[in-house]
Ligand binder design. Structure first.
Ligand SMILES: Nc1nc2c(c(=O)[nH]1)N[C@H]1C(S)=C(S)[C@@H](COP(=O)(O)O)O[C@H]1N2
Ligand SMILES: [Mo]
Length: 384
């Protein structure tokens, strides 16, 4: 379907260029008969959901259900896709453990088959596409089960997760630069590793993980951004000291200014749990009415409301879709709109049970780095 969208977009672009696109709507197969998708004016003209063999963007206008099909799930990583043969695969558990482990995929699978519907997004996901987000049904073994089997020693304070993928990196130290090989690695403190609902997933939507999704095994950290969900997981290493690898300590950071007692404090923090976000994912026309679909995702904190503002109107409640109620899954919210001809701006905002409100772009103006952009996103469209 992703490729069809590309063709359709190209067609749309060429028709628009030729001045032939009288009606700004086009049909998508996933929709009810007669239902058409209203194009977003803020969507790039040249949208390619498959910009490279190892990259795929999710096209929110094609949402066809709560679970993202595996061939529509976004994918991104740093060192391409390593090939890991499931038949000879071993998961190593090493370092400060009572018994080091080397587990085959079969042995891992026999340790559990917990299932969880959950969404995650890349911490770099942002407007206009919001294409680095998805929601799946994952199956795997609780991380704690594996750590308990190995037995963490008392001084094992840091748990590091390595992928099979690696590459050359320049590591800077003051005036020096060293070119060394690095593995994709992420870590979490012992307590977090033992108490989270994190698990080692071998299946997505009931099928073995694809190479894109980290076959044969990946870490899944419910409620966290994509980066900690280490794909092609090859080794879990317990150590005493903090792990400071590039993708833990340097690459996935946020620098933001916070006003504390009238003084600006510049804070650098690591990317961990998902920030409260919603966005208008799709608008369709059915008969004389328009259906606005917003997607909301956060760290599992219950949501209170998702509201929609149309042009300069008031915030209005959207209706929660009861089919999307998994704690860590994304949530759909609907609104039926009697749209009038002309240009419009739609923006959604989520509020959670703790009273936290999704920030505006202005609220985040002191966030200097672009990761963790959960700001409200005004969508532009023109109705005929
Ligand atoms: N081994 C490995 N795991 C990785 C990465 C990587 O480069 N290597 N990238 C991370 C990032 S930044 C994201 S957003 C997610 C993307 O997961 P997906 O491709 O299954 O959507 O994988 C994470 N896990
Ligand atoms: Mo990411």
């Amino acid at each position: 379907m992703a490729y069809e969208t590309t063709r359709r977009d190209m067609l749309k672009t060429s028709l628009a260029a030729a001045g032939l696109l009288a009606v700004p709507e086009w049909a998508l197969p996933a929709l009810a008969q007669g239902e058409t998708v209203v194009p977003f004016a803020d969507w790039p003209d040249k949208f390619d959901p498959n910009p490279a063999p190892d990259r795929r963007l999710f096209d929110s206008r094609t949402i066809s259900g709560a679970i993202t099909p595996k061939d529509q799930f976004f994918t991104t990583q740093h060192y391409g896709h390593p090939v890991v043969d499931p038949a000879t695969y071993k998961l190593k558990v090493s370092g400060l453990v009572n018994s080091a482990l080397s587990l085959s995929l079969d042995e891992v699978r026999k340790m559990g088959n917990a299932e969880m519907i959950l969404g995650f997004e890349c911490s770099g996901n942002r407007r206009p596409l919001q294409g680095l987000i998805g929601n799946g049904r994952w199956t795997g073994v609780p991380l704690k089960t594996v750590l308990d089997k190995a037995g963490l020693k008392a001084n094992a304070r840091e748990i590091v997760f390595f992928g099979a993928d690696r590459g050359q990196e320049e590591v800077e130290f003051r005036a020096q630069k060293f070119n060394v090989e690095q593995q994709y690695g992420r870590s979490m403190p012992r307590d977090k590793a033992l108490t989270t609902e994190a698990f080692l997933a071998y299946a997505l939507n009931g099928e073995p993980l694809t190479r894109h999704q980290g076959s044969p095994l990946r870490l899944i950290v419910p409620g966290w951004y994509g980066a900690p969900n280490v794909k092609w997981l090859s080794e879990i290493h317990a150590q005493e000291d903090q792990y400071l690898g590039k993708f833990q300590a340097r690459w996935y950071r946020t620098l933001k200014g916070e006003m504390i007692d009238g003084e600006m404090k510049w804070v650098e923090s690591a990317i961990t749990h998902l920030q409260l976000k919603s966005f208008v994912a799709r608008v369709t026309k059915a008969g004389n009415q328009y259906k606005v679909l917003a997607v909301a995702l956060n760290d599992g904190t219950p949501l209170k409301t998702v509201e929609l503002k149309i042009d300069d109107g008031p915030w209005q409640a959207m209706t929660a879709d009861p089919s999307t109620n998994a704690k860590y899954g994304w949530k759909f919210y609907n609104y039926t709109w009697n749209g009038t001809a002309g240009e419009h701006t739609l923006v959604s905002r989520a509020t959670d049970a703790n009273g936290q409100v999704q920030p505006t772009e202005k609220d985040l103006e002191n966030k200097k780095t672009f990761l963790e952009d959960n700001s409200q996103q005004p969508r532009k469209l023109t109705l005929a």
